[in-house]
Design a protein around this ligand. Structure first.
Ligand code: FES
Length: 102
């Protein structure tokens, strides 16, 4: 298996203990994750970018939270409308979207 150039983790809002639906979930993280998957498909980046959902990152007040590795960039308050900009600027051109970085 070839490692992807970028791995995007979208908080699913799931907690390991307690509430299954945390803040990111109530703020639309599932739509954010779906939009990332659509953008990756449309831009034909599936060989370079992997998208996964993850459980709570303990930054709930900043949600929806998205992490991009290997850079270790944390984004907060991400909406589906922001995903196109992250895909183009960060995933394709290597430049994080500063206005969303935590
Ligand atoms: S629910 Fe997303 S960071 Fe906690």
């Amino acid at each position: 298996m070839v490692a992807p150039k970028h791995h995007v983790f979208v908080c699913s809002g799931a907690k390991l203990v307690g509430d299954k639906k945390g803040t990111c979930n109530s703020r639309g993280c599932i739509e954010v994750a779906r939009k990332f998957m659509d953008e990756i498909d449309e831009r034909e980046l599936s060989g370079d970018v992997m998208v996964s959902t993850a459980s709570c990152f303990s930054l709930c007040s900043k949600g929806p939270v998205v992490l991009v590795y290997p850079e270790g960039v944390w984004y907060g308050g991400v909406t589906p409308e922001d995903v196109e900009e992250i895909a183009e600027q960060h995933l394709e051109n290597g430049e994080p979207v500063k206005r969303l970085v935590l």
